[in-house]
Design a binder for this molecule. Structure first.
Ligand SMILES: C[S@@+](CC[C@H](N)C(=O)[O-])C[C@H]1O[C@@H](n2cnc3c(N)ncnc32)[C@H](O)[C@@H]1O
Length: 245
């Protein structure tokens, strides 16, 4: 992985409060997750626990967050201690994860777009499938594998920009720059297309795969007006996926 989140953990945490994160990203992902009450949930690439906390607040019986970055897990634990929620956090690599098949639901926000090739994506899908009981569900949101980021419009209006240069190929790097009050920071993702995703999900043991375009919440329209969102919704840089084991 080229992106080390340790140095940007705190800035990344604050980027979760950009309006598109709330009104599109979280609205879409939490809508697909549905009611987690009573469920055993694992949040893979949980970062500083943004979605782990939301799912715990919605009544999940058990939430486990796993992330590669010690800095992110440290931030997650600090917030856990402040809010006294029962969430377990572990440092771990999803590609090598071998939790027992005990979870009803696995979620991941921006994990799969760190796979640089089909083997790495396959290893991630294997780790995800191993966490889930038969019939369990995986819900994820990622950089879009449909958008051609080389010709994508500017998203500066929403507080970030994307950049992709060169040949449109498997593993093509995509750079995201987030503009924050105290300066900008960058994240690098990698492009893999829809059929590579589907192939890797199926080889890991997922039987049904559904793709979902991002959705805009009515509150987002009420607060910012519909025109504010036109560019994002016409050229969505993110995409959600739901898989059944
Ligand atoms: C963009 S952040 C998203 C964090 C969190 N899901 C959120 O939405 O706020 C991506 C996270 O993926 C983690 N990550 C990348 N590759 C990973 C892997 N192989 N196993 C576990 N975590 C990984 C990074 O450390 C980082 O915290």
């Amino acid at each position: 992985m080229t992106t080390d989140y340790d140095p940007i953990a705190e800035q990344y945490r604050r980027s979760k409060y950009q309006p598109w994160r709330t009104y599109i990203e979280a609205f879409t992902l939490m809508g697909l997750i549905g009611d987690p009450a009573g469920r055993a949930v694992v949040d893979l690439a949980c970062g500083e626990g943004f979605y782990s906390r939301l799912i715990s607040q919605k009544g999940a019986a058990k939430v486990l967050g796993v992330d590669l970055s010690e800095g992110m897990i440290e931030l997650a634990r600090v917030q856990e201690a402040e809010q006294e929620r029962e969430i377990e956090y572990r440092v771990g690599d999803v590609r090598r994860l071998d939790l027992r098949m005990e979870h009803d639901l696995a979620i991941a926000a921006y994990l799969l777009n760190y796979a640089r090739d089909r083997d790495e994506l396959g290893a991630m899908c294997g780790g995800i499938a191993r966490c889930l009981r038969p019939g369990g569900r995986f819900v994820t949101i990622n950089a879009s594998p449909v958008l051609d980021f080389r010709t994508a419009p500017s998203y500066r209006h929403y507080g970030f920009e994307t950049r992709a240069i060169g040949e449109f190929r498997e593993g093509m790097p995509i750079t995201w720059t987030f503009f924050m009050e105290d300066g900008a920071f960058e994240i690098e993702n990698y492009f893999l297309n829809v059929s590579v995703h589907e192939e890797m999900f199926r080889s890991a043991g997922f039987r049904e795969i559904r793709w979902h375009r991002p959705r805009l919440s009515p509150e987002g329209v009420a607060v910012h007006g519909r025109d504010y969102w036109t560019c994002f919704m016409d050229h969505p840089p993110i995409m959600a996926i739901e898989c059944f084991k």
